[in-house]
Design a protein around this ligand. Structure first.
Ligand code: PA5
Length: 465
């Protein structure tokens, strides 16, 4: 089981001087790399950045809770949004069979079906609650802050439905909360109502929380080998120990993206997965890269409007949608392919004689060969056109390789924050929108904001609910 990173096609030798990197350019970052590395390691040591050490945690309380859930419930419904759902969803999609919920209980190895309640879309919420039997469902409400409007609104709704369906006391057994150990409305509710709960370590934020109970409890409930995931992350941790950028894949990828964005005009970072199972990892990565690096100010308060816009694409589907743009549109992107060497299935195509011999080239070849050929062809075509690209190859999709991949992206993101000199762990840009929502919904303490909105409404045409 392994994972490798090939950045040949990010270099000037492959895509030309205008768009590609020179070895000397990367070497010129040497001192900066050492400084950032030192700072990250010191924050790891003083426990300011505990996400680094999650691969080595004790998971016994998580596996115990998961066993109890598996023994009692047919359905597991996760209520959460952003970092509180993208991680578990990515693990589920990557590591469980594609039509998991449609399998029999035996085929699911006795594990519950899984559902995600994320958005506050009345139709999708009703759709779920009308589809599943809530008497056979446990709801895992996940929120680090314990107060996110969307999550708490969905939770309050579910809590009431549960009380109607099974009675107030029994309803409590259908709820398990994953939240901050001390803070937030959800933690208060856990204390007053007596819900079961798991803790998200205090200094681990949403998008870095996939290896906490946020990701691990749902994964364990649906039968994913969470020890294997953590072993993969620990393996990547070892691969990314060096402060020599040429020996550290996460630092190298961060530097390549950073220089591409800041010196080569590549303000868009496409992650193109050649495996359907990895599609939701694309969504998870987009949040990580966007919310961590999209920042107005440096740590010293200088306005820089940093960040690359991440885009998720799926090969081969997007060869029939996006590739035309990537080949001939503005040369403002980097493309990172993820390739899987060995799929779980191998499908041989039949030999046919249809329309002369126009389809005979497919006969006797495998679908596996086709998807690999298409990935290589897209890579070559982009390179010929001077479009920088790189490739991460997974020997297979397994808990180990997925753990390694996600952990590598987390280190890469933390390190890229250092290159931009921004804080990758906050999200000040989402605050204003949150406060305006609170004001519109009449939350106590937001009366001044409400007045501000009313003034703005006079000048435009939006409606205040
Ligand atoms: O990465 C983050 O911190 C955010 O995307 C959060 O995950 C998201 O806003 C949900 O927050 P919470 O877990 O507090 O409900």
């Amino acid at each position: 089981m392994n994972i490798s990173f090939d950045f040949t096609n990010m270099m000037a030798d492959a895509v030309g001087d205008e768009h590609g990197m020179k070895k000397s350019g990367i070497d010129s970052l040497k001192d900066k790399v050492k400084l950032i590395d030192k700072e990250l390691k010191s924050k790891r040591n003083d426990r300011t950045l505990p996400f680094f050490d999650l691969p080595y945690q004790d998971i016994s309380s998580i596996t115990k809770a998961a066993e109890e859930i598996r023994a009692e419930f047919e359905n597991f419904a996760l209520i959460g949004i952003g970092g509180s759902s993208l991680g578990p969803k990515a693990l589920h999609k990557a590591l469980n069979p594609p039509y998991y919920n449609e399998l029999t209980k035996k085929e699911r190895r006795g594990c519950p079906r899984i559902y995600f309640l994320e958005n506050v879309d009345p139709d999708s919420i009703s759709g779920l609650l009308e589809t599943i039997d809530i008497k056979k469902t446990i709801f895992n409400v996940i929120t680090k802050s314990g107060s996110t409007s969307e999550t708490m609104a969905n939770f309050l709704l579910v809590r009431e439905r549960l009380a109607e369906a099974v009675g107030k006391e029994k309803a409590k057994k259908h709820i398990i909360a994953t939240t901050d150990p001390k803070k937030g409305s959800l933690r208060r509710l856990v204390e007053t109502e007596g819900y079961k709960s798991l803790e998200i370590p205090e200094k681990v934020g949403g998008r870095f929380s996939v290896f906490t109970p946020v990701g691990l409890l749902p994964a364990a409930v649906i039968g994913i080998d969470i020890k294997g995931l953590l072993n993969g992350a620990a393996y990547m941790d070892k691969l990314c120990k060096s402060d020599d950028i040429w020996e550290n894949p996460a630092y190298m990828n961060a530097a390549l993206q950073y220089v591409s964005a800041t010196a080569k005009g590549k303000r868009i970072a496409v992650l193109m997965n050649y495996a359907d199972a990895l599609d939701s990892i694309g969504d998870w990565f987009c949040q990580l890269w966007a919310e961590s690096l999209g920042k107005k100010n440096t740590i010293n308060g200088k306005v820089i409007n940093a960040g690359q816009t991440p885009v998720r694409a799926v090969g081969t589907n997007d060869q029939h949608s996006q590739i035309q743009l990537y080949m001939e549109g503005p040369n403002d992107k980097t493309i990172t392919f993820i390739r899987v060497e060995k799929f779980q299935n191998e499908l041989l195509m039949p030999r046919v004689s249809i329309d002369g011999d126009s389809l005979s080239y497919l006969g006797g070849r495998t679908i596996n060969e086709l998807i690999h050929a298409e990935q290589t062809a897209t890579e070559l075509a982009l390179t010929k056109e001077g479009r920088p690209n790189c490739r991460i190859t997974l020997s297979e999709i397994s808990p180990f390789t997925i753990g390694a991949l996600l952990y590598m992206f987390e280190i890469q993101t933390a390190f890229a924050g250092g290159l931009y000199n921004i804080n990758p762990f906050d999200q000040p840009g989402v605050e204003e929108g949150k406060q305006l929502t609170y004001a519109m919904m009449g939350r106590h303490g937001y009366e001044e904001k409400k007045k501000e909105i009313e003034e703005m409404a006079k000048k435009s045409r939006f409606t205040i609910p």
